[in-house]
Design a protein around this ligand. Sequence first.
Ligand SMILES: [Zn+2]
Length: 477
Amino acid sequence: MKKKWVRFSAIFVLVALAASCAINPVTGKRELSFISEEGEISLGKETDGQIRQEYGVYADAALNAYVSAVGQRMVPITHRPKLPYSFQVLDTPVVNAFAVPGGYVYVTRGLLAMMNSEAELAAVLGHELGHVNARHSVRRMSEMMLIQVGLLIGSAINDTFADLAGIASIGVQLLYLKFSRDDERQADALGVDYSRKASYNPGPIIGFFGSLQKLGDLQGGHSLPGFLSTHPLEAERIKNVTKMLLPTDRSLAFKRDEYLGKVNNIVYGDDPRQGYVESNAFYHPTMHFAFALPANWKVENTPSQVTIVSPDQKAGFILEAEQTQDSLQNYAAKKAQAIENRKFLNDQSLTINGLSSYHQLYDIPQQESDTLRARLSFIRKEGMIYSFTALSSASSFGSYDSAFQNMVRSFRDMNDPRYLNRQPVRLRLIKPSGQQNLQAIFQANSIKKDMWPKMAVLNGLELTDVPASSRLVKVIR
Ligand SMILES: [Zn+2]
């Protein structure tokens, strides 16, 4: 519990000190503001660090520079042009865009693969700039911090994990942050306004909204996080934005080919080079390790850690890695220091698949819930120490412990080229003949049939449409 309190205490002090009446830069109305602009910027900076750690910035400097240039073109037009804006591409297949207070704007590579023009990108970035400028982000984030405190009390397991492994939960939540209907409407209006003033045609955003809707339908009706949330809201937003468009917008920039040229070759879907699950094992080709997974446990892989949760969600397992020259015992002692009220039970040194390892078992009594038990395991491989944190209530630990130990004891150096050389699939551009419909193009390019509907959406087309020879077609392979 401590770590999160510490993490937020500085901000809470700020919140307490800064509560005052401020003028909303967009509406010009006075409203109760809990965070000063200075506080907003430092909050944004801190959150930015967490987001970058949690998702990673997509390693393509040219693409990041391009997205940034499109965003920066709108900055002087915004209501708060002096904020230190940044625009970054996050390395995740999740389809989303969001902003955090202080002017940090993110689009995911999953979203970039969905769009078909620079005008759409400008409208999306403009929408996020709208949230920042109307201070939605800072208001919503203050609310979220209060929720966060509420969550802390109920979930000792999550919290102990946060202490042990430093879960960047704020970052995770931000990706799924929802704004009110009014806030979305206002951000849409600002997005149209900003992109138009930067000479982009705001019209193509309508087609893009439609594509997101179709993608949601293809994903079994699951609505997409954040940027577009619930279905009726989408329909309403499409209607509202359509009303904002002007006949003169059509003469503004669209920039389809320029945009497609920039996203050509972008990684699509999960990137196996960052680790992947196959037949009940986790493989990491770049760090060349592998370990077995218990059946039906849920795996979540992020740049900072692999989280594995039992089917009943009552036990969890986190793997992290750190470059260090520390001895296993010293490193373990440092890690254990993060656990408040820990009671040491036992320890053990072992050689696992030729690697030296050290293990500790702790009980962690809780004030308002069952005592927790943690098994910490540390394995040295090359210059890294791999830390495994296994956690559940002490009373049920016995029923999960064999799963925990099997994972740790299966950890091994992995040099099998069959697993090492996995490459991600990428978005590629094809010049169509102008005679074939989209389905025939996909067929001719040996695209798997089950991918056709999704790829049609990616192109903003129907499978029966015949793209003109001048219109590049996106495929994934
Ligand atoms: Zn929004």
